[in-house]
Write a protein that binds this ligand. Sequence first.
Ligand code: NDP
Ligand code: MG
Length: 379
Amino acid sequence: MENKKIVLLGSTGSIGTQTLEVVENYSEYLSVVALCAGSNVALMEKQIRKFKPLLAVMWSEEAAKDLKEKVSDLPVKILSGMDGLIEAATMAEADIVLTAVVGMIGIRPTIAAIEAGKDIALANKETLVCAGHIIMPLAAEKGVRILPVDSEHSAIFQSLHGEKGNKISKILLTASGGPFRNMTTEQLRTKTVEDALKHPNWSMGRKITIDSASLVNKGLEVMEAGWLFDVPVSKIEVVVHPQSILHSAVEFEDGAVIGQMGVPDMKLPIQYALFYPNRLPMTGNKLDLFAVKDMTFEKPDPEVFRGLALALRAAAEGGSMPTVFNAANELAVSRFLDKKIGFLDIYEIIEKAMDAHTLIANPTVEQILEAEREVSEVC
Ligand code: NDP
Ligand code: MG
């Protein structure tokens, strides 16, 4: 295998740091040419010293200045802002861009990377939710691969291996149910940030952990799966599976259900996306079905977890509505994390933004970003 050169957007986050663990484990096959983050200069400095990228980008200019001083003994180039992210995403030296920034900030660099012919390993689902109608045809036109990193989508992708030409009758998208599984609306009303951050099975960034508690994450994932696998949302069924062992499955027309199982560890889907179609050894625990004992499945309750119902409505309306759903959620989650609103207000804010929006059928990138601005004015 040739050495694959990676641009990592969001290197200091949960997916970013786990990606760098994979790179470290497979340094003979993988290297990093650019690292990008928001404001965590201290961790970025450590990552630069260890992985020696050609370019590092901090979102804020101030952080970039600070970083530049800290690594002035190294030949690394330092940039900031959207220009920096786009320069990283389109670097001539790169083979693949792993997008692990959080939120729709990932849209423009992802599109730029595809235009430059880079394969995409996609963790940043918000980008596909808002701009799937632009990204998927562009990727097809440029002949680049969109390789899912999200565990459910990686499972679906793995289940489709060798099935080219066979029709999918249904996608079974599994969900852990999060920390508030089986709770009532009344119970959700008083949940705090600390309660919502206690995810039972996965350790992830703060935003996606809140999204998992509200089931907004699953709603985003339904839309993500629709774009990645070209399947109508009506054929995607959310299945609550609290043990998080079956990471998702596909039902074919003959009734066969093919899924992927394993212990919950994001390094597997990250590694699979980076080495696709090869499977390489991985350290860590392997699945022990005798220890798991029971695997259970439940229907989600969209009347309590309204994030899921609102996502399905956004998907059905299409066009700019998924952007409004997502942008309102990003805004609401950041307010919830700042303890300015209650847990159920997340749903209220999303619904208010969606009700106020005048749909654009096929929005351009500018219209998507404009819809995001509109949400911040309405909510
Ligand atoms: P984190 O919050 O842990 O990390 C986000 C990363 O993005 C950090 O490196 C952060 O930098 C960086 N970042 C934030 N804003 C900017 C910006 N404006 N410009 C450049 N970099 C920025 O998130 P996760 O790793 O949990 O999630 C990343 C994405 O992957 C999300 O879209 C999430 O939905 C998806 N995902 C995550 C999973 C997980 O297990 N964590 C599972 C499946 C999908 P800094 O640290 O400096 O703020
Ligand atoms: Mg997921």
